[in-house]
Design a protein around this ligand. Structure first.
Ligand SMILES: Nc1nc2c(ncn2[C@@H]2O[C@H](COP(=O)(O)OP(=O)(O)OP(=O)(O)O)[C@@H](O)[C@H]2O)c(=O)[nH]1
Ligand SMILES: [Mg+2]
Length: 237
């Protein structure tokens, strides 16, 4: 019985995620979902990444997921971009953002001219991987202090991500991190995972991250434009 209920919740989430994705395309937007353990550096990376995206001409909005505070949203406020705060304690304290709350957050952005929506998911290496938010790009952030074994212990997160950021690379030597082993373990779980070394402190790798997001955004919009044109062609008598 319990298994059936869990399956139903996940199926409902899948269909809402598909609705999120369809809405994003209609508005010519793309969405990027940052996931990690607490403290791996999601907010710090956003603080550095967003100015790069906006200086390249993209309008960015942020959905901030947290169980209880708006501390991260306050850190991002100086960037002057639209921010939608979701506190999951208001509906049961979920340790992830489901597609239903993302839909509600996107509605808050309805009047904003946004190109790229970034999500900072709730800090947790397990649940956010189970619930599709409707994002086009899932990015897992793992810092060098967390251990090389984490991809093997939390495989779903790495399987469901497109890009992994090895963050706090500035601390790699002090943490005696084995970066080769860490990459090997990531690729053992997901051989098509792209990997970037980043530092929210020094800014290393954040330019490449911005380029990756811009490339994905353009590609999605191009594909959508072609799809619409083809649909119009076939609809013509
Ligand atoms: N040395 C170093 N410190 C970093 C780096 N990235 C983040 N930090 C620090 O690590 C701490 C946690 O970073 P956050 O950006 O708050 O991490 P988070 O993933 O957003 O954390 P939650 O939102 O609580 O899940 C902060 O003190 C950051 O300044 C980095 O690349 N190098
Ligand atoms: Mg944060």
């Amino acid at each position: 019985m319990e298994i059936k209920i869990v399956r139903k919740v996940l199926e409902e989430n899948e269909s809402l995620a598909a609705k999120v994705r369809a809405g994003l395309r209609e508005r010519r937007q793309s969405m990027v979902n940052f996931m990690s353990s607490p403290g791996s550096g999601k907010t710090k990376i956003l603080e550095r990444l967003i100015p790069l995206l906006t200086s390249g001409g993209l309008k960015v909005g942020v959905i901030e997921g947290d169980i209880t505070t708006s501390l991260d949203a306050q850190r991002l406020q100086p960037l002057g971009i639209p921010i939608s705060q979701i506190n999951t304690e208001l509906f049961g304290g979920d340790c992830h953002l489901g597609a239903h709350v993302i839909l509600a957050a996107l509605e808050q952005f309805a009047k904003e001219p946004i190109d790229v929506v970034t999500i900072e998911n709730v800090g947790n290496l397990v649940c956010p991987a189970e619930f599709d938010t409707g994002a086009d790009l899932n990015i897992v952030v793992l810092s060098v202090t967390e251990g090389e074994d984490k991809p093997l212990k939390y495989p779903l997160m790495f399987r469901n991500s497109h890009l992994a950021l090895i963050n706090k690379i500035d601390l790699a030597e002090a943490a005696e991190a084995d970066i080769c082993k860490l990459k090997e373990n990531m690729l053992k779980i997901n051989s098509s995972l792209a990997v970037l070394e980043t530092s929210g402190k020094t800014g290393r790798g954040i330019g490449e991250l911005a380029q990756y997001i811009v490339r994905t955004h353009r590609q999605l919009l191009n594909e959508y434009t072609i799809k619409i044109a083809n649909n119009e062609k076939t609809a013509r008598p």
